[in-house]
Every structure is written in C-alpha cells, then in structure tokens.
Design a protein around this ligand. Structure first.
Ligand SMILES: Cc1cc2nc3c(=O)[nH]c(=O)nc-3n(C[C@H](O)[C@H](O)[C@H](O)COP(=O)(O)OP(=O)(O)OC[C@H]3O[C@@H](n4cnc5c(N)ncnc54)[C@H](O)[C@@H]3O)c2cc1C
Length: 546
C-alpha cells in the first residue's frame, strides 16, 4: 500500500460508508442542475479559455487558446520557394496511422482503388486508437435500435451534433461490429456466443461491445494485420507539415518531414485523407492527458491553412477519471468501464456526489467541484483527486470480476503496489478528446475539394461532448466512408485527373494576414511532438532545424 497517512484516513471514511452506499440509487441530475454544474465547474466555461481566430477561413470561430496559438502560426515552408519534385505519387494519400487512417486506406482498396500510400508520424498503430480501453458502441441488441442510439448521441452532445453525421454513425454501427468480427476481433462473449454489452456514461441501453479493457488494441491489431496483408505501402516516421494545393484550390498532396533524416518528402496525390487524430498533448489549461505523444493537433493546423472549415474547437473533453495517484502515471486513463461495472465516486469524507454514469462533462465537473470546495484528497505533491471505490466491483460482481473485466487496469495499479480489488484508486479529470475539428459531410469530404478527413481530427459527430464508445465507432464508420468516397473521386469522375500543379499558394494570403496581425515570424506550427524539456532547455526542436 503506497498511500499516505492522510489518504489512509480518508479511505477509512470511505469504508465506513460502503455498506450504506452499496445498494444506494443515486438520482441522475435534472437538466437545469446539469447546466449550472457545467457553467460553474467545467473547464470549457472558464473565462478567457478560448478566443476567436483572427486569420484564415475560420476567422471568428472560437478556439481554445492553445489551439488558437497553433492555428495562428506560420508554416515551416516558404510559399515563395520552389517545391522539390515529388518523391512519391499516388491516387490516394492517407495521413495518420491510427484507426481512422488504417480503415480509410483499407476501404479505398475494398472500393476498387489501387494506389494508396499511408503515411504516419510514428509507427503504424502508434495512436490514440491503440490506447482505447472501454469499448465500441453499436445498437445491435433486441432492446435497442439505431434510433435510440441516435437520441443518446444527440443528448450527450448537447444537441449541437450535426444530425446527418449522427444518423450515418448509428446506422452503420451493427455493420462495423460484423466487419470486425469477420476479421477475427476477439469481442467479449457469453457462453452461448452472444456478445457481452455494457452501459457507458449517457447511454440508455447496454450497447458497449468490449474486448476486456483493451478494445482499441484489439481493433488496431485487426486493422494492422489487414494493412500488412493487403500490402498497403506504409511510410513511417514522416510527419505532415503542410498540405499542397493546385491553382483551383484543390488539395494535391502533402509535404512531410522525415523525423529520422530531417529531410523533406513531397507526396503528390489525387485525393488526400486526413486522419491525424486529436490534441491531448497540448495539455489545455495545464491538464494532464490520456493521449499518445503524437496527439498534437497537426491535422487542424494543416486543414485550417489550406482553407478547410473547422467547428467546435472551443470544446475539449476532459475524461472524468484520469489517474491522480501514483503520480508517475498521472493523467493515464481509468476507463469508464470501471464505473460501468460498479465502482462509485466518493469524496474525501466517504460521500457519493454524482451519478457515476452521467455524461462525461458532468462527472468531470462534479469531481472538479468536490476538489475546489475542499472535499478532495491531497496527493503527496499537492494535487487533488477523489476516490473510485473499486472494491465494490467485486462485492457486486463476485470475486475475480476485476481480473476478468479489467485485466490491464488491475496490472497497471498492481505495479505500484495498489490492489484495486481491495483498496480504492484516486482519480481526477484528464484531457482526453478533441470534441470539435474539421467539418465533414457523411462521406468524409471537407470544404476543400479532394481533401477528406476522418476520425478525431473531425468535428460535428459528437457535438460538444462525446459519449464513451462512440469514437471507436466514428473512426471506423467515417474512415470507411472516406476511403470509399476517395475511390469514387479517383475513378468515378474522369475530369478529376491528377492536377499538374503542386503549390503552396494557400499560404501566401495566410502568411500575409499573420504578418499584418504582428505575429512574429518564428511562431511556427504544427507542433509534431510535445516538448517536455525544462523551460530553460527549450528551443528549436531538432526536426525543424533543416
Ligand atoms: C486512453 C484512451 C482511451 C480511449 N478509450 C476509448 C473507448 O473505450 N472507446 C471509444 O470509442 N474511444 C476511446 N478513446 C478515443 C478513441 O480511441 C480515439 O478518439 C480514436 O481512436 C482516434 O482515432 P484516430 O484514428 O482519429 O486518431 P489516432 O488513433 O490518434 O491516430 C492518429 C494518427 O495520426 C498520426 N499523426 C498525427 N499527426 C501527424 C502528422 N503531422 N503527420 C503524420 N501522421 C500524423 C498519429 O501518429 C497517429 O498514428 C480513447 C482514447 C484514449 C486516448
């Protein structure tokens, strides 16, 4: 047991109330209380956390400050300089080697396309997808339907979601589960072979399909196997730093930087699919994050500069339960499934304070409220958190439930001497998901011709708050549709032949506007990787010094 004396005292308070709490039904919040909770404690509502963008096609759109700083930055490339000849040419260029990118590349081939290159900044699969734990939603049980799923998604998103995108998402759910199963995905199943489905926050039916607590790793295993089996050309350790356009403003490929050799690589394509994921590593408002190292909002930067419309980038999802202790793994995710299988949230006095399966924005706000109002538990370095009473899981589900349902989580805490079967674990919200992003239609098309997008880089599907399990579905549904549409663009429309010109024309006006605004020329983006060096050691990152 690693806990401090102060924590141990608080655990005793929690144990004293456990018996009473075990059968307690905690009422969901009425809408008016939800709103007041969000306005008072959710980080999105903190005054001054977002500002309107001042340049480019998204001028006037609200963006959180950390994203706005990146969007109001210069390219590493000078549009006046001549571009080198393309190193590669292809029909379809996919940027990003997570779930959305891999699915898009596969779907392009399955739709009759031939010449696809998938380029990614780390290795294929190094992504948020592989880290996903809790599950994937799909309405395929008798007591459920896509219509009910639709209502849950819209409600979770504050009814700000784009209805057409949500409709597409929920209608495609059951087919996506079959697609994965046909390719060998090891879903959790009952003895009779039917799939186990559980609740997630904000869901009115049990529709979360799981593979233990490593659902994303299992999905990415399937996708990677398929990518290798289909012999898709994959280029790794290449980070996209700019998109290319032709004289008509169509996207014609991208420029990359090779993170090993620092060389520039130019790829010309007829159609490009952006699947670069989210922005967790920006540590918005200094929150820790659950995201992988490559989640630095690069796709937003690229899309914005070429002129694609972006929406809802003033809202970020803080997952209610990141690790608060041990601090070596601060910010790492404690999946919602832990609450789904029975753990309760409890403050330092042993009191429950929120229905655990409220939507994420409400649960995160309630935890922040408890901590700000003096009912949080202090860690040795002065941070705060609340308890997740995990021993309840086995009291409700029987001995062995934790090792069976949450094996990765169990091992993660065991490594630090904490046995979550017997003692609670400490939690605090962590930056988890980029709710907004590049605007797409149901086929993944952005507002820039021949530029498509899929996955967490896009916005609109989840409105202002995503429900658990809907992102894994989103990346597969819209990755698949984007790949299919890309094939149609390449083959179906004869006039859309490969453009001869590769330019950085879109940068000319953008750079001019930045200059007029007085933005210093050394402010450049994308970030590519976060810089965790001490302030005094920071400087130009090595891959930009070429
Ligand atoms: C810990 C964790 C748990 C989660 N659990 C769940 C869950 O249970 N259910 C659920 O539905 N969702 C979950 N999510 C969310 C979900 O996993 C992600 O939103 C989703 O997988 C994103 O997929 P993606 O393909 O869009 O992005 P990613 O999977 O992040 O892939 C993006 C790829 O783009 C690459 N890239 C980025 N920038 C560049 C660049 N400049 N050039 C080239 N390549 C680039 C990255 O390296 C990466 O390979 C979880 C997320 C996390 C972090």
């Amino acid at each position: 047991m690693l806990y401090t004396q102060e924590m141990i005292e608080s655990i005793k308070a929690l144990e004293r109330t456990r018996e009473k709490r075990i059968g307690e039904v905690f009422p969901p919040l009425p809408p008016s209380e939800k709103e007041s909770l969000l306005k008072s404690f959710h980080p999105d509502y903190k005054p001054g956390m977002a500002r309107p963008l001042r340049v480019g096609v998204n001028k006037g759109e609200m963006a959180v400050n950390e994203i706005a700083d990146l969007l109001e930055s210069y390219s590493f490339l000078n549009p006046e300089e001549r571009l080198k000849e393309p190193d590669f040419r292809c029909d379809c260029l996919v940027i990003g080697g997570g779930g959305a990118g891999a699915m898009a590349a596969l779907s392009f081939l399955e739709s009759g396309g031939k010449d696809v290159i998938l380029v990614t900044k780390l290795r294929l699969g190094d992504s948020n997808t592989i880290m996903a734990q809790g599950g994937i939603q799909a309405a395929d049980k008798e007591n459920d339907s896509p219509a009910i799923h639709y209502l849950d998604v819209m409600g979770g998103g504050g009814f700000k979601n784009i209805p057409e995108l949500v409709k597409t998402l929920v209608l495609s759910g059951p087919k996506i589960i079959s697609w994965l199963e046909e390719r060998g995905m090891m879903f959790d199943k009952k003895e009779d072979g039917t799939m186990v489905t559980i609740h997630g926050g904000g869901t009115s039916r049990k529709r979360m399909h799981t593979a233990k607590d490593y659902t994303g790793m299992e999905i990415m295993r399937i996708l990677k196997d398929e990518v290798w089996n289909k012999e898709i050309k994959v280029l790794e350790f290449l980070a996209a730093i700019e998109l290319l356009s032709d004289e008509d403003g169509r996207c014609t490929g991208a420029v990359f930087i090779n993170l090993e050799t620092k060389e520039e690589v130019v790829i010309q394509s007829k159609v490009t699919i952006l699947a670069t994921g989210g922005a967790g590593r920006l540590h918005i408002q200094n929150f820790p994050t659950s995201n992988h190292y490559g989640a630095t909002a690069d796709g937003l930067v690229l899309a914005n500069r070429i002129g694609a419309k972006i929406i809802f980038i003033d809202t970020i999802q803080y997952h209610p339960t990141g690790v608060a202790f041990p601090e070596q793994i601060s910010g790492q995710l404690i999946t919602e499934k832990v609450r789904g299988v029975g753990a309760q949230l409890v403050n330092r006095n042993g009191e429950r304070f929120i229905y655990e399966l409220e939507t994420r924005d409400c649960v995160a706000s309630a935890i922040i409220r408890e901590c700000l109002e003096g009912r949080g538990v202090r860690t040795p370095s002065g941070n705060l958190g609340v308890w997740l009473d995990t021993p309840l899981i086995e009291m409700k589900g029987g001995p062995g439930t934790i090792e069976r349902e949450l094996p990765a989580m169990f091992r993660q805490f065991k490594r630090f001497g904490i046995d979550m079967r017997k003692e609670p674990i400490l939690t605090y919200p962590t930056q988890h998901y980029q709710n907004g992003g590049v605007l797409i239609n149901p086929d993944g098309e952005t507002t820039v011709p021949n530029l498509l997008a899929a996955g967490e880089v896009t916005g609109g599907v989840h409105g202002r708050n995503r429900l658990m399990g809907n992102s894994l579905l989103d990346i597969l549904v819209f990755g698949q549709r984007a790949g299919r549409k890309a094939a149609q663009i390449v083959f179906g429309l004869p006039h859309q032949n490969q453009s001869k010109t590769l330019t950085l024309n879109h940068l000319v006006k953008f750079h001019k506007e930045l200059k007029e605004l007085g933005i210093p020329p050394d402010r450049k983006s994308p970030l590519i990787l976060p810089d965790y060096r001490r302030e005094d050691r920071r400087g130009k990152l090595p891959w930009f010094e070429c």
